[in-house]
Design a protein around this ligand. Structure first.
Ligand SMILES: [Zn+2]
Length: 499
């Protein structure tokens, strides 16, 4: 009898840490633990945002590296565009957050099973918390750069660059004629607070990617994808991809998985110690994918906003490598947590920030960030913090240093809304801070609005350029007035009036 009871208990005792997904899931309702990735780019004049789910990574004792787990919603797109932005802001979802997600299949009258799923429940199990805001210690970025080869899909989609040129684009050296290489871009714009160094970067590739394939869901391992599909977004949990036709989360996950497997094999085969340590780095590893321009992706670049996961991604379609360095840095700074720099309703409208309009930034030049974006990541701080309600006089004057000369370079004003006042001068030296600043914004006092904070978990705020003042001119919001009084030896003399 005792033996019977014991075997009964053993049979029905829950197994710690695993459950049979074929019992819990069916085609109508799916539930699994997934990791979020929030990506941003710019397509046809609009910001294109996407909230994707991928399988959380797990340790693989066979290879001694991490790899994506097997889950039901790999390469799934939860929301796009405005709804992705709203969902991120409402649920406060950061890239790297892990949650139990329930999806309900949608049925519509007359059509029946639409084949699509919608979000039914979302319970966070792990919120990412990593920070890349400077707090006194230099941040050394870790990066694997993948040169991707899609020639199995289309002969024109071969690897767009060679490793030797990528090295020139990335790293500084005395004889390197590429003066806005990424190493210089980071060290100059961050005032030495963030470094991008060859000893912490590995270039891998060309990585050959198969044009199509399937990652079956755990409970439908024998699933085969339909032969022809117009669109594959949100229609199935089985993760199939077809790079010849699409560029959805599934295709992106496919090339990421292929690149990861390739570099794991490379590290094992060659004993490359640097690659080995990068693959084991679990603290905001950058994966930068260099892609051919022909790929069926509507964007030029696409990146995780914030690198709050163990690793994060940036994709860049490269035509001319050395002309595209601004784009590579733009996407890299999305990983760093920066959003687009607006001018009014123009998403990319701020020409004083690489996160805005960098189209006029020429070769070998640097376009650093505007004052609030520099503040957001701790690369620069203020010469004065003024709360208008606490001003004892109706006039206060400040000298604001030229931004390229000092990392203490902005005036912060709080009158409910928050304003940043800075002074920028175009630098004639190639490869120098603000060498790409457009002349119509040079020697101007710039005023930006920004209500965000130094946090990766405060969502929904972007910088907005409000004015670029010449000497003698003013800006007002009706409560305060800011006047560019004159140029002085160390910067701009600015008068702040409380009206
Ligand atoms: Zn962008």
């Amino acid at each position: 009898m005792l033996k019977t009871i014991l075997s009964f208990l053993l049979l029905f005792a829950p197994v710690q840490g695993s459950f049979d997904k074929s019992i819990c899931n069916n085609d109508d309702y799916l539930q699994d633990e997934v990791m979020f990735r929030y990506k941003s780019s710019y397509v046809n004049g609009q910001e294109y945002a996407e909230l994707q789910t991928v399988c959380p990574e797990v340790y693989d004792p066979v290879t001694d590296y991490y790899k994506p787990s097997s889950c039901l919603m790999n390469g799934w797109t939860l929301a796009i565009g405005e709804s992705a932005i709203n969902m991120r802001n409402t649920y406060e979802i950061a890239t790297g957050d892990i949650a139990n997600v329930g999806l309900q299949k949608e049925y519509s009258r007359g059509i029946g099973n639409s084949g699509k799923y919608k979000l039914d429940s979302l319970v966070f199990t792990k919120r990412s918390g990593s920070k890349e805001i400077y707090s006194g210690t230099s941040i050394d970025l870790r990066t694997i750069v993948y040169i991707m080869d899609f020639s199995s899909c289309n002969p024109l989609w071969k690897a767009p660059v060679i490793a030797k040129d990528v090295e020139l684009a990335l790293f500084n050296s005395p004889n390197n004629s590429v003066k806005n290489n990424l190493e210089t871009y980071y060290s100059t714009c961050s005032y030495g607070k963030t470094s991008f160094l060859p000893e912490f970067t590995q270039i891998v590739g060309p990585v050959p990617v198969p044009c199509s394939g399937v990652v079956p869901a755990p409970y439908r391992p024998n699933y085969k994808p339909p032969i022809s599909k117009f669109s594959r977004r949100n229609e199935t949990v089985n993760d199939w991809w077809d790079i010849s036709k699409f560029c959805t989360a599934s295709e992106q996950q496919a090339w990421e998985r292929v690149a990861l497997n390739y570099s794991v094999e490379l590290a094992r085969a060659t004993g490359n110690i640097k690659l080995d340590s990068l693959l084991k780095w679990r603290n905001r590893l950058r994966n930068l994918y260099i892609l051919p321009t022909g790929l069926k992706c509507g964007w030029s670049g696409y990146a995780d906003v914030t690198c709050t996961s163990p690793s994060c991604s940036a994709y860049v379609k490269i035509g001319s490598l050395f002309n595209d360095l601004h784009l590579i840095m733009h996407e890299s700074m999305h990983n760093y947590g920066l959003e687009h720099a607006n001018r009014g309703i123009l998403e990319y409208g701020d020409p004083t920030d690489l996160m805005g309009d960098f189209n006029k930034a020429g070769r070998n030049t640097l376009l650093c960030h505007n004052a609030p974006n520099l503040f957001r990541i701790g690369w620069a701080s203020s010469v004065g913090n003024i709360t208008i309600s606490e001003m004892t006089s109706n006039l206060a004057s400040f000298v604001i240093p030229v931004m390229s000369r000092s990392d203490k370079n902005m005036l912060f004003i709080d009158n409910g809304a928050k304003y940043y006042v800075s002074y920028r001068v175009r630098n004639a030296t190639i490869g120098a801070f603000d060498s790409a600043l457009h002349k119509s914004y040079s020697e101007k006092v710039q005023i930006h609005g920004y209500n965000g904070t130094q946090s990766e978990r405060v969502f929904g705020f972007k910088t907005n350029i409000l004015a670029a003042l010449s000497v003698g001119s003013s800006w007002t919001n009706g409560v305060i007035k800011i006047t560019f009084n004159s140029i002085v030896s160390d910067g701009a003399l600015v008068d702040l009036y409380k009206l």
